[in-house]
Ligand binder design. Structure first.
Ligand SMILES: [Zn+2]
Length: 100
């Protein structure tokens, strides 16, 4: 009878995971986290799923999207930070204010 040893696992140490990430640039598409006030669903949206509307003031600046869960049209106010994030992420921007 041969002796079967299940305890012959040697610890593998010294492997650097960080090295795999060093110098690597993330080419992943930008994804924005959003929530739906209607169904309270939370999801991630690609830049193409969002639209940003910039009004004359920050009060009329908002972003909108369609909830992938319930199909509701969601509109939320966008502050300066959000505007920067969205425009930097390639979200379609619509300028609402007229300069007349
Ligand atoms: Zn929803």
């Amino acid at each position: 009878m041969s002796e079967s040893s299940a305890s012959g696992v040697h610890g593998v140490s010294g492997m650097s995971v960080a090295a795999a990430f060093a110098g690597m640039r993330s080419a992943a598409p930008v994804v924005f986290r959003a929530g739906c006030p209607d169904c309270r669903g939370r999801f991630e949206l690609a830049a193409s799923a969002l639209r940003l509307a910039i009004g004359a003031s920050s009060r009329t600046t908002f972003y909108s999207f369609t909830c992938p869960d319930c199909g509701a049209a969601v509109r939320k106010p966008a502050g300066e930070r959000i505007v920067e994030l969205l425009t930097g992420g390639g979200v379609r921007t619509l300028r609402l204010h007229s300069t007349v």
